[in-house]
Design a protein around this ligand. Structure first.
Ligand code: LLP
Length: 413
């Protein structure tokens, strides 16, 4: 399905012209498609239908309450990395019992809150964290359910900033230390080993690294079971990539075939933590052209969205396609599309061929549903964008544009 497509010359989200939203709500604004979110979720869950599994949508990709609520209604669980994300899940009506808690720096307070909320699984990332969780469990008079996140030392072949499965990464415990840590945990009164976890990186477009990592991890799972650990869950993390420009990531079906072939010998219930692959292509960022600025070396197009609104190009040299909300004929020119932020890295699209934009013209940065708004900041004291959810012919604001007064909430002059 293409939730974002031209009808005549006007770019629509489902049945709604995006220019109508931009005119009503202003820019910059994130727009999401409920149909695209739903279809993608169903596609992934259907791909795993033959195997016991739970999808734990990775909240960090896009944590808007309306999106969490939509996924809750579809039966999703959640993957969280902070007490704040747990609070969001609960606020949206999500089930802590279907939620897994990852991250290298959970505080004892966050652990205690999650435990009392009935979290499904803590994904523990170090020996000291395991001890802290044990203390939290003992204080609460319960055994905190946990999986160790192991680092399989596999090159995910993705951007180095979003690879997590190499020895040099801060994530997970070294593969070789896992058996001893599970043995140690068995003597602890405040924890109970229920699973094994790994995640090798994000925006994965090849199956070979997934296969390599999961085969190693499945072997370890079988070894641990043989040693008498009553594990139930194998958490394979997230990471499935999407098409931003010309990438050809595996389809959900191909992804499922790869995962299932590797983990079949374990008999475990699978936990999956997709983020980007569920929301990335279900969202766009609308922006308006402020100025054109031809210089000796290039033509800049200054738009009203900046790196504070969408940081991916500045942080990962990421490519987001740029489409006019109303198509126009004309000769293509090469432009750099830049934001208003006072940083040289505030370039949202470099060297793109476009019909020279006019002042006031509207554009959409495509594939912006994941790690767009969730990574937005107020740098340069710029209020964060509004968010809109489209459903068929209907649309509604699911987060108001931040107001200038919000910028100093909690400050004292
Ligand atoms: N599970 C774990 C343990 C993770 O660390 C992540 C992402 C996910 C699941 C979800 O991964 P996904 O399915 O979305 O690839 N901000 C970066 C991506 C950072 C990913 C961090 N961890 C970006 O914009 O590309």
């Amino acid at each position: 399905m293409t939730a974002f497509a031209y009808r005549k010359s006007s770019l629509h989200a489902e049945g709604v012209p995006l220019s109508a939203i931009a005119d009503a709500v202003g820019t910059p604004t994130y727009v999401y498609s409920a149909a695209a979110l739903t279809e993608r979720f169903r596609e992934v869950t259907e791909a795993f239908a033959g195997h016991p599994h739970l999808i734990c949508y990775s909240v960090k990709a896009n944590s808007n309450l309306a999106i969490l609520k939509l996924f809750t209604a579809l039966g999703s669980g959640f993957d969280i990395v902070s007490g704040g994300e747990l609070a969001r899940v609960k606020q949206a009506g999500g089930d802590a019992g279907k939620t897994v808690f990852a991250g290298v720096g959970k505080t004892p307070d966050e652990m205690a809150q999650a435990l009392s909320s009935g979290i499904r699984l803590f994904n523990v990332e170090s020996a000291e964290e395991l001890e802290a969780l044990d203390a939290v469990g003992r204080r609460a008079g319960r055994r905190a359910p946990f999986a160790l996140r192991v680092n399989p030392d596999v090159d995910a072949r993705t951007h180095r900033y979003i690879a997590t499965g190499l020895k040099t990464s801060k994530f997970g415990v070294p593969f070789e230390e896992a058996v001893a840590l599970y043995a140690k945990a068995k003597k602890m009164k405040g924890v109970q080993a229920l699973g094994l976890d790994c995640h090798i990186g994000s925006q994965l477009t090849r199956t070979a690294p997934m296969r390599a990592a999961l085969t190693k991890v499945a072997d370890l799972y079988v070894t641990l079971k043989a040693k008498g650990h009553a594990l139930e869950y194998l958490d394979v993390g997230g990471g499935l990539g999407i098409t931003y420009s010309d990438e050809t990531p595996p389809s959900p079906q191909e992804y499922a075939r790869t995962v299932l072939a590797a983990v079949k010998p374990t008999g475990a219930t699978l936990l999956l933590e997709p983020g980007r692959s569920l929301v990335g292509n279900a969202g766009v960022l609308l922006t308006r052209v402020l100025y054109r600025k031809p210089t000796e070396t290039r033509t800049f197009v200054v738009v009203d969205a900046g790196m504070n609104d969408l940081i991916r190009p500045a942080l990962y040299e990421a490519h987001h396609a740029l489409q006019p909300l109303v198509k126009r004929r004309g000769k293509d020119v090469q432009v750099d599309v830049v934001g208003p932020v006072c940083e040289s890295t505030d370039v949202l699209a470099k060297g793109r061929s476009l019909v020279l934009p006019r002042q006031g013209e509207l554009f959409a940065f495509m594939s912006a549903g994941a790690y767009g708004m969730s990574m937005a900041s107020t740098y340069n004291s710029r209020p964060r964008p509004a968010e809109v959810l489209v459903d068929g012919e209907a649309w509604r604001v699911v987060r108001e544009r931040e107001r200038v007064e919000d910028l100093w909430r909690g400050e004292r002059a």
